[in-house]
Design a protein around this ligand. Structure first.
Ligand code: ATP
Length: 232
């Protein structure tokens, strides 16, 4: 790989209730690129994503060994080091899930939520960042006149772009997406693909996708999982 590396994974093993799911995964991911993670169902792609932002730590009877290093704020950091608080990590390594999961509140509050959680109280700054995140997610023009509407009144595709906007609010360096378009129609899928391509100048994107056409349309690299590990 000649591009700069953003994520280094070495000797990663993962199990649920002593059942080995990932076995000796060794892989690097390029910076400012879209890498698609593909492979058969149940092979551990979603689990792998969760090792990058430590989301699996919320799952009981799960166990992991190995090293994950991500270049954050300009230097490689051990994601599992005691000096890396998980809340800080998840600000920098954000995640979007398969089904859109807007919070039961207004469009504006959905986007402002991570800022408020992070302790931001400056209303002007919050307004600015909400607009910026919605613009980055190509949603601003569609919602700017209805920011106080319940987010659940948006279409499925708009809800997923809202979730991407929410993930972008704290300006992460890495965006993990787990089959983000699988519940959406073609037009919404196309809107999200366009949005991801537009984002890679500022972010490193890892995308689990089953759609081979999508993978060939937007990914710069493909990492294939099979037999509990990365095979290509
Ligand atoms: N919380 C859990 N507890 C126990 N086993 C789990 C848990 N989550 C996932 N698994 C199992 O781990 C294996 C890998 O699941 P994972 O969802 O990571 O695969 P995947 O490649 O992303 O699959 P898909 O493409 O279908 O989403 C599966 O056999 C799954 O049943």
């Amino acid at each position: 790989m000649t591009e700069a590396i953003k994520i280094r994974v070495e000797n990663l093993f993962f199990s649920y209730r002593n059942r080995l799911i990932l076995k000796d995964v060794n892989v690097n991911f390029a910076e400012n690129a879209i890498t698609a993670l593909t492979g058969p169902s149940g092979v551990g792609k979603s689990t792998f994503l969760m090792t990058l932002n430590r989301l699996w730590e919320n799952v009981s009877d799960a166990d992991m060994s190995g090293a994950v290093e991500i270049k954050l704020q300009g230097r490689f950091r051990d994601v599992y080091a005691p000096a890396m608080p998980v809340t800080e990590l998840r600000k920098m390594v954000a995640m979007v899930f398969q089904a859109p999961n807007p919070l039961p509140m207004s469009i504006h509050k959905n986007i402002a939520f991570p800022l408020k959680l992070a302790g931001e109280r400056n209303r002007k700054l919050i307004e600015h960042k909400v607009e910026h995140a919605l613009r980055m997610a190509n949603l601003w023009d569609e919602v700017k006149d209805r920011l106080n509407d319940d987010a659940r009144s948006l279409s499925g595709g708009q809800q997923q772009r809202l979730c991407i906007a929410r993930a972008l609010t704290l300006e992460p360096e890495v965006l993990l997406l787990d089959e983000p378009t699988s519940s959406l129609d073609q037009a919404s899928m196309a809107a999200i693909e366009e949005l991801l391509v537009g984002l890679k100048d500022r972010l490193t994107i890892l995308l689990v996708s089953h759609y081979l056409e999508q993978v060939s349309r937007i990914s710069d690299h493909i990492v294939t999982f099979d037999d509990s590990t990365v095979v290509s």
